[in-house]
Each structure stands twice: as structure tokens, then as C-alpha cells.
Write a protein that binds this ligand. Structure first.
Ligand code: NAD
Ligand code: DAU
Length: 337
């Protein structure tokens, strides 16, 4: 039985990964280490928290002693590091926690993992480390790293550390870099759930700048299957991009959400742009497709319909998530835009 330490498994992608693994890979035991920041939520694990093959530990990846104890006591053979501060706008207003979690936290995991003979350390990174594209071209695994936001700079630093531990200490690692995820359990600070939440409440939809910034959307389940393929099949030391082949300008996504919810376009408000806003991301996922046989399972149209249905069916989850500090966050981020 494979024994995996998943970090950040109460967040958006991590919790979807935990669900997928527990549902589809019964030969796997997961220890889920998460410090439960504003983005971590045990409700994201509903129905799986007490699963026989799942153990949740509330703790910080920066706590190297705790990580080492988990690796030893639980006989961990693989680490998948999702834990991070993940929101670009928050990194612009306060970068320090991004360095602490994304850089120091990853270093702490690497130090704890070094010398333990792990089968694999998988670093869940992002296409944002490559920077921004013009109208043409796609990111490949050979594209130079050129991060523009404090968030992407912290993720790039972590990627370099992971590679350095591989080359210096022989740590068997992989790095995955994927495009924008969407789907169930995403915190409504990110574009799609924020727009769904606002539209449902007939609130303004704040589109940054001209709204013609392009993202490549990947349904979260498909990102999880990409990571699983890497765990199962990748050679150590390889980097894999994963993308949905769904390049869309933000305005198209927002209009689609309004149409699906039967809400008027007059809710759209163009607001002050994000500083250093990356114009376009696009992924060449040829390597993971040809080497590991991975494919996204849904089109954007299918994925966005499933996502909107999920938010409509899970009004309680959304209600809990936007209670408390969420309104304070929203006002601080959007009041002056
Ligand atoms: P998220 O913000 O939803 O979840 C992050 C999780 O990490 C939360 O559960 C949080 O409690 C936990 N966490 C934060 N700091 C921690 C710490 N110090 N110790 C332990 N746990 C901690 O993020 P997400 O969107 O699910 O992203 C997961 C990973 O995937 C991140 O590494 C992110 O950089 C990467 N990624 C995200 C996307 C995307 O579109 N969301 C795309 C590409 C890559
Ligand atoms: O590309 C992968 C990255 O995707 C991940 O590494 C990050 O963790 C994840 O947050 C995401 O980053 P983005 O900055 O692309 O995602 P976000 O949802 O914040 O924004 C998507 C686009 O929508 C971007 O062009 C900014 C715009 N936007 C966003 C918000 C929150 C708006 O126009 N209005 C908004 O209110």
C-alpha cells in the first residue's frame, strides 16, 4: 500500500485530490497535513474526513519536526505538496506570508524528506512561474522562469529549491506546473467562484481592466488525475505542464456565468487593474500527454456547467465560506477599485 503525505489537503485542489485518491485508489493511505488557514476548510473533506485510509493532521509545513515525525511514524513513501498561499492579489498586498509558506515551508518539507529514501516528492507548482505570454505561443517545460507577482516569485523559488535538493541530495522529485483550476470547493476569492457568488447575490462583478486577459482553464479533477499520473508513471527529476486547452479571455468566462445564471450583463463593472497583471497564459501539455498518457476528461463547457451546478447545490458551503472574515477581505480588496 502506498502511503502519501498530502499537504494542503483541506484547500481547493488538495481536497479534490484527497477525494479522488480515496475514491479511486483504495490501495493508498493518505496523511493530510493542513494548518487550516482562511483557505483550508474541513467541510471540503465532507464524507472523507473519517475514511479508513485518511488521517487528518492540523499543522504547519514550516514545522519540520512535525513533518519528520509524520514521515517516520506513518511510513510515508511519497509527499505531494499542495500547501501554499495561492492568491495573487493577496500576495500584492502582503508578500511575507507567501515567502514563509511557499518558500520556507517547501524548504522545511525538503529538509524533513531528505535522507528518508522517499519514492517521490511531488511539488505542485504553477504556470505563473513562466511569467506572461504575448498573443502567440505557449509555455513549455523549457520556458525560462520569469515570475511577475510575489506569489509566482515564491512558487518559482520553491521550484528551484526542489530541483536543488534533487541534484544535491538525490531526492527523487517531480514538479507539476498547471494552469488555472476551477471546480467544486474553490474559495470565492478566485475569478470563477467570486463571479458566481456575486451574480447569485446580484452584486457587481468586478472585472479587472479591459477583461481581455487570457487564462487556460483546467477542471480541478483533471489536474488531480495529472498529478496521479506523475506519481504513478513519471521518471524522477522531470517537470510536467498540465493545461486544459481552454484559453479564454476573462470577459468570456464572466459572460458565460451570467448567461447560465440568467443574470443581466449590467452587473459587470470594469475596475482598476491588478498591478503587474499577466496578460496571457497558455500551456503546451504535449509532454504529459505523450509521456504519461494524460488527457483532460471534460471540455470547458462541461466543466463550467458542473461547477455552476455544484455552487447552486452547495449553497450551505458557500454561505459558511463567505461568512466571517470574507466580507472584510472583499471590502479591503475591492472598495477602492
Ligand atoms: P488553496 O489556497 O485553496 O489551499 C491551500 C491549502 O494550504 C489550504 O488548505 C491551507 O490551509 C493550506 N496551507 C496554507 N499554508 C499552510 C501551511 N503553512 N502549512 C500547512 N498547510 C497550509 O490553494 P489551491 O488553489 O488548492 O492550490 C493548491 C496548490 O496548487 C498551491 O500550491 C498552488 O500554488 C497550486 N496551484 C493552484 C492553481 C489554481 O488555479 N488554484 C493552479 C496551479 C497551481
Ligand atoms: O495559472 C495558475 C494560477 O491561477 C495559480 O497558480 C493561482 O494559485 C491561481 O490563483 C490562479 O491565478 P490567477 O491570478 O490567474 O487567478 P485569479 O482567479 O485570481 O484571476 C484570474 C483572472 O481573472 C486574472 O486575469 C485576474 C482576473 N480577475 C480576478 C478576480 C479575482 C478579475 O478580473 N476580477 C477578479 O475579481
Amino acid at each position: 500500500m502506498s502511503r502519501i503525505l498530502v499537504t494542503g489537503g483541506a484547500g481547493f485542489i488538495g481536497s479534490n485530490f484527497v477525494r479522488m485518491v480515496l475514491s479511486e485508489h483504495p490501495e493508498t493511505f493518505l496523511v493530510n497535513l493542513d494548518s487550516l488557514t482562511y483557505a483550508g476548510n474541513l467541510e471540503n473533506l465532507a464524507g472523507f474526513l473519517d475514511h479508513a485510509n485518511h488521517k487528518f493532521v492540523k499543522g504547519d509545513i514550516c514545522d519540520g519536526q512535525l513533518v519528520e515525525k509524520i514521515i517516520d511514524d506513518e511510513g510515508i513513501d511519497t509527499i505531494v505538496n499542495f500547501a501554499a498561499e495561492s492568491h495573487v492579489d493577496r500576495s500584492i498586498t502582503g508578500a511575507k506570508i507567501f515567502i514563509e509558506t511557499n518558500v520556507i515551508g517547501t524548504l522545511s518539507l525538503l529538509e524533513a524528506a531528505r535522507g528518508k529514501g522517499l519514492e517521490r516528492f511531488v511539488q505542485v507548482s504553477t504556470d505563473e512561474v513562466y511569467g506572461s505570454l504575448g498573443a502567440e505561443g505557449k509555455f513549455t517545460e523549457r520556458t525560462l522562469l520569469s515570475p511577475n507577482s510575489p506569489y509566482s516569485a515564491s512558487k518559482a523559488a520553491a521550484d528551484h529549491l526542489v530541483g536543488a535538493f534533487g541534484r544535491t541530495w538525490g531526492l527523487k522529485y517531480n514538479i507539476t506546473r498547471c494552469s488555472n483550476n476551477y471546480g467544486p470547493y474553490q474559495f470565492p476569492e478566485k475569478l470563477i467562484p467570486l463571479m458566481i457568488n456575486n451574480a447569485l447575490k446580484d452584486k457587481e462583478l468586478p472585472v479587472y481592466g479591459d477583461g481581455l486577459y487570457v487564462r487556460d482553464w483546467l477542471y480541478v479533477y483533471d489536474h488531480c488525475t495529472a498529478i496521479w499520473r506523475v506519481i504513478e508513471k513519471a521518471q524522477p527529476g522531470e517537470i510536467y505542464n498540465a493545461g486544459g486547452c481552454n484559453e479564454k479571455p476573462n470577459m468570456e468566462v464572466v459572460n458565460l456565468i451570467l448567461d447560465r445564471l440568467g443574470k443581466p450583463k449590467s452587473l459587470i463593472k470594469h475596475v482598476k487593474d491588478r498591478p503587474g497583471h499577466d496578460r496571457r497564459y497558455a500551456i503546451d501539455a504535449g509532454k504529459i500527454m505523450s509521456e504519461l498518457g494524460w488527457r483532460p476528461s471534460v471540455t470547458f463547457e462541461e466543466g463550467i456547467n458542473k461547477t455552476i451546478d455544484w455552487y447552486l447545490d452547495n449553497a450551505d458551503w458557500l454561505g459558511h465560506v463567505v461568512s466571517g472574515d470574507y466580507q472584510k477581505y472583499y471590502d479591503s480588496m475591492y472598495a477602492d477599485r
